[in-house]
Design a protein. Structure first.
Length: 616
């Protein structure tokens, strides 16, 4: 009797297909070098393997290697001839034939194209279907990585400028953690600088106890905005507001006096320390409420105040080691010679700077957390500061850690300038989130299948997800134009489109009354009989590769682009092929592929800090 029942494919080997293919290419390179065909040092191989990437056009295969063009001159061969030799040895590499079809003739000047065997791809996605990690391998050698992000000044309300550091840093931390690294997130709050001196100075002169009791952060924000205008002393700002003009006339030395209040705080003045301790809970509570809405959490919140006791010791040690010296009364590190401005660590008036705090923070983190990497998710305009900071840390003997400035661009308005309100003020982060949720509520209000509470919950998830995704889908190094209308569209690369794709998957499974637990516990193999099934499976199988690429450059937009591709492949699969009405074994296979797609999309969005909904 012949058994025609579908058999579960053999377990897929560990590692992504790209990793396995790169391993085969490495064996081919070693073979070429051993036979004297082309000299390839072991140190060259990692860079050559980076040239093994997914193809731009699926008709040429799934992966392509482009290294023949670069190696041809060294080998004294035409690129195409060398590509033929590489392909031959590639096919002979251990493990190649189990996963990949024989490479065809090189294309063009020497592209080596490779296609995954359908049975190997089916085995991989079938294994991912039964795997809590969805087929994503962990890193073989985990690092301890500190991610320093968000870090607002607590004396003023968070604004739109904080959204990028907060959501990019959170996404990077989630992704690195899922890959298996030991991540430590730290919110290095600005809770000790001049901005607090402004509040102390203003409170003593025109603070309102009743207003503070009713709305602590509102009153502190009012004081901060007023004193900032006085301290900045910009004539146009002062002239535009009669109340500010009156105060400016009354307090002509506001800027200098603010610095004195800040110095008193740092020196331990009892009154200023008491006010600082009184104001901090209100400031922190307001910030924490926004983090909860954004679903952002930190392992530590060690602000500037935490490191104040160490600052004098930092300067003393830099001087003792001959790294820092006096210059016009200040103390600085001369990184580029005596004729260039130094990296100041103490001002002439004795005050410490961000540089001093940052150096103390690096040393403390190394002593207590022993990280392999420290990532600073900070505006690109701070690039020079971090260049100088990292070089100073290296000369100070802290070079055993990889210090990385994960820089990002600016959020712009339609006018191409930094995003502001119509009145020209900075957009508050809370008002930004509220506006996004209100607009999302208008989008979901038309769905009569949702209760009032469901609509509220969906609007919060969709609205905040839209704002976060609109930022994360950008290349972090570039500026981008903020648009509520675009980010809430149900088409294109938006969170709403991804969330809708998840809801479509949920709809299929609910309509069929599918028990997901039972479905996942069966040995049902995923069958890739149709090209659209294969295309979807191939994208899903690349999940681990995508997360590896995100880590390589700390770019979450690599993940958003892939999620968009997965959603597109699922849409094509869903529109073209019957699922619930398909005969067996196609029905079970396609249901498994649906369920896996939904889980992959949810996990991908979760790694970006974005929620999903069952109905939309």
């Amino acid at each position: 009797m012949v058994d025609d029942a579908p058999r579960a494919p053999a377990p897929a080997p560990a590692g992504t297909f790209r990793d396995r293919l790169r391993g085969c290419f490495a064996a081919a390179f070693e073979s070429l070098a051993a036979d004297g065909i082309v000299a390839i040092d072991a140190a060259e191989i990692p860079a050559l393997l980076e040239q093994v990437r997914e193809t731009a056009d699926a008709k040429f295969g799934d992966y392509s290697g482009t290294m023949a063009m670069g190696l041809a001159k060294k080998a004294g061969k035409k690129p195409r001839d060398l590509a033929v030799e590489i392909a031959r040895r590639l096919a002979e590499a251990p493990g190649f034939t189990e996963a990949f079809a024989p490479p065809g003739d090189p294309v063009g000047p020497g592209f080596i194209n490779v296609r995954i065997r359908d049975e190997a791809l089916a085995a991989a996605v079938s294994a991912a279907f039964r795997d809590e990690r969805l087929g994503v391998p962990g890193v073989p050698e985990p690092d301890t990585i500190v991610i320093d992000f968000s870090s607002p000044n607590v004396a003023k309300p968070m604004h739109v400028g904080h959204i990028r550091s907060t959501v990019i840093g959170d996404a990077i931390a989630r992704i690195l953690g899922f890959r298996g690294h030991h991540t430590i997130t730290d919110n290095h709050l600005g809770d000790w600088g001049t901005q607090f001196g402004m509040i102390l100075w203003g409170w003593k002169r025109f603070g309102d106890e009743a207003a503070f009791a009713a709305d602590p952060t509102g009153e502190l924000g009012r004081i901060y905005r007023t004193v900032r205008k006085l301290a900045d002393g910009k004539p146009e700002e002062i002239a535009a507001d009669p109340s500010i003009a009156e105060l400016a006339a009354k307090y002509p030395d506001a800027g200098r006096e603010v610095l004195l209040e800040t110095a008193r705080l740092h020196e331990g003045d009892a009154d200023n320390r008491a006010l600082w301790a009184r104001f901090m809970p209100a400031c922190l509570g307001d910030i924490e409420r926004l983090y909860q809405r954004l679903d952002v959490r930190f392992d530590h919140t060690l602000g500037e105040s935490f490191f104040q006791p160490f600052l004098a010791g930092v300067v003393d040690d830099l001087e003792a080691k001959g790294l820092a010296r006096e210059s016009r009364g200040a103390i600085g590190v001369f990184l580029d010679g005596d004729d260039k401005p130094p990296f100041l660590v103490r001002k002439a008036d004795g005050a410490f700077l961000y540089a001093t705090t940052d150096l103390a923070t690096i040393r403390w983190r190394l002593e207590h957390w022993k990280p392999d990497r420290i990532l600073y998710v900070v505006d690109h305009r701070q690039g020079q500061h971090f260049d100088q900071l990292f070089e100073t840390a290296k000369r100070w003997g802290l070079g055993r850690v990889d210090l990385v400035h994960v820089a990002f661009g600016t959020v712009l308005g339609d006018d191409g300038k930094p995003f502001k309100t119509r009145a020209g003020d900075t957009v508050g982060l809370e008002s930004l989130l509220n506006e996004g949720v209100e607009r999302a509520a208008a989008v979901v209000a038309a769905d009569e299948g949702l209760s009032l509470e469901e609509r509220r919950r969906v609007a919060e998830t969709v609205g905040i997800g839209a704002i976060k995704y609109a930022d994360l889908c950008q290349n972090r190094t570039t500026d981008y134009v903020f648009s509520y209308d675009k980010m809430l569209q149900l088409t294109g690369n938006t969170a709403a489109y991804m969330q809708y794709a998840v809801a479509r998957v949920e709809g299929v499974l609910e309509k069929g009354g599918i028990d997901r637990g039972a479905l996942r516990n069966t040995a049902t193999p995923i069958v890739l009989a149709d090209p659209k099934e294969r295309a979807l499976a191939l994208e899903i199988a690349r999940f681990g590769e995508v997360l590896e690429d995100v880590e390589a450059d700390y770019r979450p937009n690599v993940l958003t682009a892939w999620l968009f591709d997965v959603a597109g492949c699922y849409s094509a699969f869903y529109d073209a092929l019957p699922i619930l009405k398909a005969p067996e074994p196609e029905r079970s296979s396609r249901l498994a592929l649906c369920d896996l797609t939904g889980r992959v999309l949810r996990k991908g969005l979760e790694l970006l800090g974005i929620g999903t909904v069952r109905k939309m």
